[in-house]
Design a protein around this ligand. Structure first.
Ligand SMILES: Nc1nc2c(c(=O)[nH]1)N[C@H]1C(S)=C(S)[C@@H](COP(=O)(O)OP(=O)(O)OC[C@H]3O[C@@H](n4cnc5c(=O)[nH]c(N)nc54)[C@H](O)[C@@H]3O)O[C@H]1N2
Ligand SMILES: Nc1nc2c(c(=O)[nH]1)N[C@H]1C(S)=C(S)[C@@H](COP(=O)(O)OP(=O)(O)OC[C@H]3O[C@@H](n4cnc5c(=O)[nH]c(N)nc54)[C@H](O)[C@@H]3O)O[C@H]1N2
Ligand SMILES: [Mo]
Length: 746
């Protein structure tokens, strides 16, 4: 029996096979039931091999409320009140695009192309209609633009993996988890953040096979509840101290794999000197680490022994804890432990490094319509990724977590441009980057802003023009999973665009006409575009030979044989297939980092305190550490308005009773969470699922300041800092606050 085809016509409805393109940790194959042009029901994967079905998530199952929500934007809007007021009036596409084109020409002439800024987020993760690529192309043809660098999700992990391996593909395909003897979930909660649509099922199978699973997280996560044999709570930001102490135990008890280190790595000796205290006189004993992490020395010792001797073992660190002021050190230290135990490149092992991706789905995704790679504004300047520049400087760009600071301060503040025109696409950055109050101030002052959106988000409220974008149900496109694959998905258009909505690609094409950019290529035919993209890459050519079948089946599963294992090639044949690092080996010590000569960016991984952690003197004033994981019921701030999903997980702050009681906070009380950057109100949830001294608020609730400047929406980024680590991690997890009962006043 084959998989039934797309557009299957039932009695009085048809079934369309499709997918969405949210910036989510999974990618669900979906079947939309459509009757008289309306979606009436949504079902998940029906793959005949039930063991390999991909379970659709709660968010995708709620898509009907998303597509047809009364607040969806359906017409172009022009600001009709002060910036941020949310007052807009309907205008026509022609008026909107003419005004924008006029403004672009004016800014270009008066201030030059570097004053045109493109702010790009992850809101749409498909190949063809992606507004990010459409706008890069458009602005490049128009003479160039300024933009940002640094992946807000994972720059800490990217930097770490570039340093030690120079490859971001550090993952194994998920069935390989079942080859492990021990799985350590370190700051990893896939029951909530998914991390590949096949992940949780494989983990459950691993558990049923009796594989021991340990979870290290300040929160007793949903994954820990379902999977863990042991939960080790830890003070946020101190994981590297625990890892270093585990290394100490392995060195002292001779439990590490010297042969592996000799053959595949450089710099272990320097790391060992730091660990045993030769470098700074401080032996990094489990007792030393207990003081810092709150994890009992015996627990650290036991885990070190267990991890070193259970062969193979998978240390699964993620990117979340790396979104901090010392982010990259957490992933670098985890990778060092995997090398010390010889778990790199082996089935059932793990190379760590936070990214967990395998190359299959990703490569297909790279087949996006390429921009002309010559943004004139950046020509001749040093780039970040192209040169693997570990200094992470882009002479023409600002760091992503500094976008609003750059808009406020411009060249006078040391940034390479003065923004006079900004285009926001695929993001709600006021809400999603550090320091939302500063972002609001910057957007108030910004000369001119366009936002392409489906919703009147907190960011869109500041736009001069809002352009309404069609949802995935209203487009034909193709996408890939995130990050474990291996499969590709067709996005088959299900319904006609609502109101006057258009895709970002179509918007760019029409604006190109208005600007008279004749060389801007158009992709009106999706079938042709798919074929064009497939041709661009060999792996895509190999994988999708028959496009008709691809659209019909909706999903293309790859048979990759035995599970993919990162760096297997290198480990099997290091002489002929070295790592791409300067030494050809895994670099525990990095000369490239040593050359930067920055004490906060050490050439070997270390435990460092920088700012807004437990031991910052500021903790006297603000004694609580604030975590902001990704919400299970949303994709960041997307789906925020969906009632079904709100009901699943009401927006509350996780607070340990130890912190609540002295402040007379009871379960369900409205509280004020505050620091020098802002104040929010939110309901308290008293729970021992979080350690004392730490609270947790899921990111993505919509910023909604009242007349006193108190954010009544409970957006966590009203409190976070717009700063980054030496490696470029957006430091959204390094944040100190205090809490008190909210009495209505400020
Ligand atoms: N405190 C804290 N903050 C965080 C994080 C954290 O851990 N803690 N995580 C960070 C991470 S990892 C990320 S990736 C960022 C995400 O930051 P953003 O990318 O800003 O997040 P979203 O809320 O998903 O915003 C995407 C927006 O794109 C819109 N959109 C959807 N489809 C389309 C389309 O086809 N075209 C256009 N033009 N728009 C579309 C959606 O309506 C939505 O408003 O948040 C970061 N913020
Ligand atoms: N449902 C849903 N899934 C998503 C997303 C979404 O918005 N919604 N977003 C997707 C995106 S773009 C990304 S980048 C990923 C992000 O997914 P992750 O990179 O995993 O990030 P977080 O969701 O922030 O989860 C971090 C976990 O680490 C824990 N943690 C925080 N600080 C520390 C620490 O210092 N030490 C330790 N040991 N643990 C710590 C938190 O309690 C939390 O359980 O998720 C993806 N998946
Ligand atoms: Mo992300």
């Amino acid at each position: 029996m084959g998989t039934p085809e797309n557009n299957t016509v039932k009695k009085d409805y048809k079934i369309v096979r499709t997918a969405t393109a949210f910036d989510c940790g999974g990618r669900c194959p979906l079947r939309f039931h459509v009757k008289e042009g309306k979606v009436i029901r949504i079902e998940g994967d029906d793959f005949e091999d039930k063991d390999n079905q991909l379970r659709s998530c709660l968010r995708c199952r709620a898509l009907r409320q998303y597509i047809y929500h009364p607040d969806r934007l359906k017409f172009p809007l022009k600001r009709d009140g002060p910036k941020g007021s949310g007052k807009f009036k309907r205008i026509s596409w022609d008026e909107a695009l003419s005004e924008i084109a006029g403004k672009l020409k004016e800014v270009k002439e008066k201030y030059g192309n570097s004053s045109i800024f493109l702010a790009m987020g992850g809101g749409y993760q498909a190949a063809l209609h992606d507004g990010m690529f459409a706008m890069i192309r458009l602005f490049t043809h128009f003479g160039g633009f300024s933009t940002h660098y640094g992946n807000v999700s994972s720059e800490g992990a990217v930097y770490a993996t570039q340093t030690q391996y120079t490859s971001p593909f550090v993952g194994h395909s998920r069935p390989d988890l079942k080859n492990s003897k021990l799985i350590i979930m370190w700051g990893w909660d896939p029951a909530r953040m998914i991390s590949g649509s096949d992940t949780i099922y494989n983990l459950i199978q691993a558990k049923e096979m009796g594989i021991r699973i340990v979870c290290i997280d300040p929160r007793y996560t949903d994954s820990a509840v379902v999977l863990a044999d042991q939960w080790i709570p830890i003070i946020p930001g101190t994981d590297t101290a625990m890892m270093v102490a585990m290394a100490y135990v392995m060195i002292k008890e001779n439990l590490y794999d010297q042969a592996f280190l000799d053959k595949y790595t450089i710099g272990f000796n320097k790391f060992a000197e730091y660990v045993i205290g030769k470098e700074d006189g401080i032996p990094k004993t489990p007792e030393w680490a207990e003081e810092i992490t709150s994890v009992p020395a015996e627990t650290i010792r036991d885990l070190a022994r267990e991890y070193a001797t259970a062969k193979p073992a998978a240390l699964m660190d993620c990117q979340g804890p790396a979104r901090s002021a010392t982010g990259e050190l957490y992933n670098r230290c985890a990778m060092t432990l995997t090398a010390m135990t010889g778990n790199v490149g082996r089935h059932g092992g793990s190379a760590a490094g936070g990214l967990m991706g395998i190359p299959y789905g990703h490569m297909f995704f790279a087949s996006r319509i390429p921009p002309p790679y010559r943004n004139p504004v950046e020509t001749g300047l040093k780039s970040v990724r192209g040169s693997l520049d570990l200094q992470l400087r882009f002479q023409a760009r600002c760091h992503i977590n500094k976008i609003f600071d750059a808009i406020l301060k411009g060249k006078e503040g040391g940034y390479p441009f003065d923004v006079k025109f900004a285009w926001f696409v695929n993001n709600n950055f006021l809400n999603q980057l550090g320091n939302a109050n500063k972002a609001a101030e910057a957007l108030k002052k910004l000369d001119y802003m366009v936002c392409a959106e489906l919703w009147l988000t907190p960011t869109a409220r500041y736009a001069d023009i809002i352009l309404p974008v069609a949802s995935t149900a209203e487009k034909t496109d193709f996408t890939r999973p995130w990050p474990s694959g291996p499969y590709f998905l067709a996005i088959n258009q299900v319904i006609e665009p609502l109101g006057e909505c258009k895709s970002d690609l179509r918007i760019a094409e029409e604006l190109a006409d208005k600007l008279g950019l004749e060389e801007f290529e158009k992709y009106q035919d999706e079938e042709k575009a798919l074929k064009f993209l497939i041709k661009l890459r060999e792996d895509s050519r190999k994988n999708i030979r028959n496009t008709k079948e691809f659209w019909e089946k909706g999903i293309h599963r790859l048979d990759i044989g035995e599970p993919y294992v990162a760096f297997k090639e290198q480990i099997e044949d290091i002489e002929n297939k070295p790592f791409a690092t300067p030494s050809g080996k895994i670099e525990i010590f990095s000369q490239r980092i040593a050359d930067l000569n920055d004490p906060e960016n050490p050439p070997i991984p270390k435990y460092l305190e920088r700012w807004e952690g437990r031991y910052d003197p500021l903790s006297k004033k603000y004694p609580i550490q604030l975590l902001s994981p990704h919400p299970k019921n949303r994709v960041h701030s997307e789906l925020f308005l969906i009632d079904w999903l709100r009901e699943v997980d009401p927006h509350v702050a996780w607070i340990n009773p130890v912190d609540a009681e002295p402040r007379r906070i009871r379960d369900g009380d409205e509280i004020l969470v505050f620091n020098d950057r802002g104040k929010i109100t939110i309901k308290a949830w008293l729970t021992e699922r979080i350690i004392p001294g730490v609270i947790s608020i899921f990111e993505g609730a919509w910023y909604d300041p009242d007349e006193n400047g108190i954010d009544r929406g409970g957006c966590v980024n009203t409190l976070t800092k717009d700063a980054y680590s030496p490696g470029g991690a957006s430091a959204l997890k390094s944040c100190l606050v205090d809490i008190k009962k909210f009495n209505g006043g400020a």
